[in-house]
Design a protein around this ligand. Structure first.
Ligand code: LLP
Length: 404
């Protein structure tokens, strides 16, 4: 995104034009950014050619997944719905991994039927359930076991998953038991050790610690794991102050790990692939004087973008038409929903705004639309994909008639 003659553009298409043509709020994705992200992700780890499974939960638009699939990526899914979506987008079942602590009997049955690469189990009961179902079907199912390495990801506590107090995976003691269980079971074939310690990780050190824990456990089990699935979690810069994850260091830690263990690496990135490709275009409905600050009341709200209300996440906001006229007021950008947490950000310095101006909320491609809801009975926004000169509606704005 850049300003051309003070007008904010995406791949040379003017946001103002998009807002007027398609209405607001609107999610808008950049194809060239998406392709850059995938190519640089591959480049970062090219020495060991990992299997990259895009984490569907970060963005569930079938057209986006179709584009991602064309780069040869697989999918990481956590429900029957996500699995159906990945298959609908044409993702090769042999590149699909299924994670999650509570896969139901129906979901396991479906995953077996579709012959996906791996079901990554997260408990003893789940492994037993998979084995029982496979037995009834007279099949041998490829499974992984998710280890909880008790590693602090040094990220927000709401999105940390690798500490012993988190519900995810199993501890090392249970892990050894489950390896044994798999060896003695006829209908599961243990192929993978999986981990995922959290999301929006910007420091490579937690990954190094995680690899150490995984390496120790693998050496002790002496089981031959065909795959090690390291999950996702690679963070992105939401503000100019955010540091960047040092991919070089993460890559060399994995290369060291691979010197000891001959295995194929799987990644499950979501945010690092799609996060910075998406923008939420919104319009100012009213500006209300709140005494010490002015409320900039937008037509998008916490139902369209939950991250600020849920995690205190801050997304950059840019004016669609830039001016040099700076306001003396503090602006609080809020939505119309009847909750005090329906607030995006408070800024002391911003250009002077007026009602009906358009704004762009940045880096919302991951966990933006996929976390959206119909709270306050608000229809979900339209989704657009900008690819060169083409603008494609990749999901229609929801109609109230679909909701009522
Ligand atoms: N694999 C597993 C098993 C996961 O649980 C997740 C994310 C990923 C991969 C992808 O992680 P990523 O590369 O996107 O960080 N809603 C939160 C993020 C929750 C992440 C949940 N799990 C947010 O908006 O920040």
């Amino acid at each position: 995104m850049k300003y051309n003659n003070k007008k904010l553009t995406i791949e040379n298409i003017n946001f103002q034009v998009l807002a007027k043509k398609f209405g607001t709020p609107a999610y808008c994705y950049s194809y060239s950014k998406l392709s850059d992200n995938i190519n640089s992700f591959k480049e970062n780890f090219k020495s060991f050619s990992p299997l990259i499974c895009f984490s569907i939960k970060s963005n569930t638009n079938v057209n986006i997944i179709r584009e991602i699939k064309k780069f040869g990526l697989g999918a990481d899914v956590v429900s029957k719905g996500e699995l159906m979506l990945a298959l609908k987008a044409g993702v090769n079942p042999n590149k699909i991994v299924f994670s999650g602590v509570g896969k139901t009997n129906e979901e396991i049955n479906f995953a077996i039927k579709k012959k996906i690469l791996l079901i990554n189990a997260e408990s003893k009961s789940e492994i037993q359930e998979i084995n029982n179902i496979a037995k009834r079907k007279k099949k041998i199912v490829q499974v992984g076991i998710r280890l909880n390495p008790n590693t602090d990801a040094k990220t927000l506590k709401q999105i940390s998953t690798g500490k012993s107090e988190n519900k995810f995976g199993v501890n090392s003691k249970t892990f050894y038991e489950l390896v044994k269980y798999c060896k003695n079971s006829k209908n599961v074939s243990l192929q993978c050790l999986s981990v995922h310690i959290g999301s929006q990780i910007l420091d490579h050190k937690p990954y190094e610690r995680m690899l150490k824990a995984v390496s120790n456990i693998m050496s002790k089990t002496k089981h031959k794991f065909k795959f090690v699935d390291l999950g996702g979690g690679m963070g992105i810069s939401y503000s100019n102050k955010n540091k960047k994850l040092n991919y070089k260091k993460y890559n060399s830690a994995i290369k060291n790990f691979l010197k000891k263990h001959n295995t194929k690496i799987i990644f499950e990135p979501g945010r690092s692939i799609i996060g910075n490709t998406g923008t939420l275009i919104t319009k100012i409905i009213y500006i209300k004087d709140g005494g010490t600050k002015q409320f900039i009341i937008l037509d998008s709200a916490m139902n369209d973008l939950m991250r600020p209300a849920l995690y205190g996440a801050v997304h950059k906001i840019l004016p669609v038409i830039k001016s040099n006229n700076i306001s003396r007021n503090t602006y609080e950008f809020v939505g119309p929903i009847c909750e005090s947490t329906d607030k995006f950000v408070t800024l002391k310095k911003f250009q002077k705004l007026k009602e009906k101006d358009f704004l762009a909320i940045c880096d919302v491609g991951a966990y933006g639309m996929s976390l959206s809801s119909n709270y306050n009975l608000r229809p979900k926004p339209v989704e657009l994909l900008v690819k060169g000169r083409k603008i494609k509606i990749i999901k229609n704005r929801q109609k109230l008639t679909e909701l009522i």
